[in-house]
Design a protein. Structure first.
Ligand code: AMP
Length: 308
C-alpha cells in the first residue's frame, strides 16, 4: 500500500495565553507526515517550500521514511507563513497573518513512482492544488481523505466544492462544518455536507473529541483530558495523519476500522499539543503510542446494569 500526503510545509508563529513561539516549522503536511509515518511507510509527500526552509528538517523527515521527491524547493522564494493567536480556552484561535509566498503559485507534480497510491491524504492547502493532484493520478486511490479550513471557504469556495465532490472522507472542525453547511446542528450539518459528496465526515471538536458520520451511523471519540495543553497548532493534521496512517496499515476502509482510526488520530493529537510545533511528535516511541491508546480504552470503558 502507499500513502500520498499533500499539504503545506510552513513556518508558523504562535501565541497562546501562556507563551509565544518564534518562527517555527509547521504546516499541515509536516504534521501529517510525522504522525502517519508511525504507522505506514513510505509516506510520499507533495508540497513546496522556499530556500529558507531548514534542510535539516527535510533530512529528518527523510530519515523517518518520508519521500520528498514531490516536494519542490524554490531556493529564491519564501516558504508559506502562518501566524495565529489562541484564545483563553485554547480551543479557538484567530489567524493573525497568512503569507502564501511559494504556495501562491504552486503547481504540484506527482512523480511517476507515486502512481501506486492507494491512500491519498489531501491536507490543508488551496483546493485547486488538491484537485490537480487527484487529476494527475492515473488510477483512483482506494480512499481519498481531505482536510480544509475556513480560509479556503472564504477565498475559494467554488474550487472547494469541486474537490469535496471527489473525496471519500472530509475532515473539518465544528465551526467549519457549520460554515460549510449553513446549519447549526452538527447532525444536520453532517447530513448536508455528505450530500455534497463525501460518504464519510469527521467533525473535530478540539478538546471535546471528534465525531465520525456515515449514512445514519455516528461514532464519537473523546479527546484525552490533559493537564497541560501547550500548543494546539497542528493537532488536526496530526489527527488526520494518525487516522489515514492506521487505515493504510490495516489495508481496510470499513466503518469499524475508521472508528479505530479516529481513536488513533485522537491519541496522536494528544501528543502534538504537549509541546510547541512538531517537537513532541519527533520524540515519540511505539511504546508511548501504545500506552496512550490504552488510556483511551480506559477512558471510554464502562459497564451498566440497570436494576429491575
Ligand atoms: P491545524 O492546527 O491542524 O488546523 O493546522 C495548523 C497548520 O496549518 C499550521 O502549521 C499552518 O502552517 C497550516 N496552515 C494554516 N493556514 C493554512 C492555509 N490557509 N493553508 C495551508 N496550511 C495552513
Amino acid at each position: 500500500m502507499s500513502l500520498i500526503v499533500v499539504g503545506s510545509m510552513a513556518f508558523d508563529a504562535i501565541e497562546t495565553p501562556f507563551g509565544k513561539s518564534d518562527k517555527i516549522v509547521g504546516g499541515a503536511a509536516t504534521y501529517i507526515a510525522w504522525s502517519a509515518s508511525n504507522f505506514t511507510r513510505p509516506v510520499k509527500q507533495i508540497s513546496v517550500v522556499g530556500g529558507d526552509f531548514p534542510k535539516q528538517e527535510l533530512k529528518m523527515l527523510e530519515a523517518r521514511g518520508v519521500l520528498l521527491e514531490g516536494v519542490q524547493v524554490k531556493e529564491k522564494e519564501k516558504s508559506f507563513f502562518w501566524s495565529g493567536r489562541y484564545h483563553m480556552d485554547m480551543n479557538t484561535r484567530d489567524t493573525l497573518e497568512t503569507q502564501l509566498n511559494v504556495l501562491g503559485n504552486f503547481r504540484p507534480v506527482v512523480p511517476d513512482n507515486y502512481q501506486d497510491c492507494e491512500y491519498l491524504m489531501l491536507g490543508n492547502l488551496a483546493p485547486s492544488v488538491q484537485i490537480s493532484v487527484i487529476n494527475q493520478l492515473k488510477s483512483k486511490p482506494k480512499l481519498v481523505v481531505m482536510d480544509t479550513m475556513n480560509f479556503w471557504m472564504d477565498t475559494a469556495m467554488k474550487d472547494l466544492e469541486k474537490v469535496i465532490k471527489k473525496v471519500d472522507v472530509l475532515l473539518v472542525n465544528d465551526s467549519e462544518a457549520r460554515q460549510l453547511s449553513g446549519q447549526f446542528s452538527l447532525v444536520s450539518a453532517a447530513r448536508a455536507i455528505m450530500e455534497m459528496g463525501p460518504k464519510y465526515l469527521i467533525i473535530k471538536k478540539g478538546e471535546h473529541g471528534a465525531l465520525l458520520f456515515n449514512d445514519d451511523k455516528v461514532f464519537f471519540a473523546p479527546a484525552l483530558p490533559l493537564e497541560v495543553v501547550f500548543d494546539p497548532t497542528g493537532a488536526g493534521d496530526t489527527f488526520a495523519g494518525g487516522f489515514i496512517g492506521h487505515l493504510a496499515s490495516k489495508k481496510d476502509i470499513s466503518f469499524e476500522t475508521m472508528k479505530a482510526g479516529i481513536i488513533v488520530g485522537s491519541a496522536m493529537a494528544s501528543f502534538c499539543v504537549e509541546k510547541f510545533g512538531t517537537a513532541r511528535l519527533k520524540e515519540l516511541t511505539r511504546a508511548d503510542i501504545d500506552n496512550r491508546i490504552q488510556m483511551f480504552r480506559e477512558l471510554t470503558k464502562f459497564n451498566i446494569e440497570l436494576s429491575e
